[in-house]
Ligand binder design. Structure first.
Ligand code: TRP
Length: 338
């Protein structure tokens, strides 16, 4: 459904999601985070997608975050997020509004509760220390709650790692409503099932931290072929985790039913002990290359005009600002802080 950017009273926001502006997306990022939004969009819902640049400065230098904003928007549009259907905005374009709401919300959760949020506990166990981690890490879920509540979003598609933050959002919304009146709808997490896309090389999931085993959206056709050719598969008749992951990639990126049938036929032959892994890899290479070629062409088209992304973000900021101000007015009224 084409979105009417000119209507002006508060929009009913069904689905909202935030994306971290980090560069170098992989096909695992596409399948895990972008494809679900495109699916929602194809169901006639106009999703709100915003670039969470204020969240990104938790552990990055602000100057380094700027460069990725345009990159990630171009990537998302080239992957199929339709700027006529989705509202795309930059979080810092409503920085004043969203951080003001975060300030009001933060009064309703204790320091002890924030320290118990599983994502933070995990981080403090693994790669951050309370002595050196900055306070944005502690406030991360409160800012995320402000993103969601300022839009009065009903559903938030997130991966498993973000579920705890949605719980904090729900808690804050309930506490605020109880004390000051029913302002916020209680948002629901729309849990995206996590796909097991493994690294093509070595252990673990496909991720940019292990670039040799990851297929990047920017990889050349030759690089893709090389990476897939070097990937391990499985002995005849055996289905292992790695092969399952390859099959998943092939099926999810396949263009049509004919290609999916071809995959099924090859895997059937493999299960019956035939040596068909070479053929499977050829097909996988072809599928991934076609997907990337398509993406790269669209992306080149999009970035040809440098003001295009800018104009999309401007259009989105206008809607986001109107909505945010409306919510903030209601909140300030309820708080008698005007
Ligand atoms: N924390 C999310 C992530 O790391 C990004 C994010 C920020 C977000 N604010 C949000 C996601 C609000 C959904 C809703 O992926």
């Amino acid at each position: 459904m084409i979105y009417d950017f000119n209507k002006s009273k508060q929009r009913n926001i069904e689905v909202l999601t935030g994306i971290r502006p980090t560069g170098d997306l992989t096909i695992a990022n596409y399948l895990g985070a972008v494809a679900p939004i495109i699916k929602i969009q194809s169901q006639g819902i106009n999703p709100v997608v915003f670039v969470a640049d204020l969240h990104a400065i938790t552990d990055r230098e602000p100057a380094n975050v700027r460069q990725y904003i345009y990159e990630v928007v171009a990537d998302y549009i080239a992957l199929g997020v339709d700027p006529q259907k989705a509202i795309i905005y930059l979080q810092s374009d409503i920085a004043g509004e969203v951080t003001t709401l975060a300030t009001f919300l933060a009064r309703h959760i204790s320091v002890a509760e924030l320290l118990r949020v599983p994502t933070l506990k995990d981080k403090l166990k693994k790669n951050a220390r309370p002595e050196t981690a900055n306070t944005l890490l502690l406030l991360y879920p409160v800012l995320m709650a402000a993103d969601i509540l300022i839009n009065k979003a009903k559903k938030v598609p997130v991966g498993e790692d973000q579920l705890a933050h949605i719980e904090v959002t729900r808690l804050l919304a309930r506490r605020f409503n109880k004390k000051y009146g029913e302002i916020f709808p209680i948002p629901q997490a729309l849990q995206i099932k996590s796909l097991r896309i493994l690294s093509l090389k070595g252990e673990g999931k496909m991720s940019k931290t292990n670039p040799g085993g990851a297929i990047f959206l920017t990889d050349s056709m030759a690089t893709v072929a090389k990476k897939i050719k070097a990937a391990e598969t499985a002995f005849e008749g055996v289905i292992n985790k790695r092969l399952k992951s390859h099959i998943l990639i092939a099926k999810e990126l396949a263009k049509n039913r004919a290609e999916r049938n071809e995959i099924d036929d090859i895997i059937k032959a493999h299960k019956s002990g035939k040596p068909v892994m070479g053929k499977f890899k050829q097909l996988l290479i072809q599928i991934v290359q076609n997907f990337l070629k398509d993406f790269q062409e669209k992306r080149a088209e999009i970035t040809k005009n440098p003001s295009y992304i800018h104009s999309i973000l401007e259009k989105g900021a206008k809607v986001a600002r109107e909505n945010a101000n409306q919510t903030l007015d209601e909140v300030k009224n309820a708080l008698k802080f005007i």
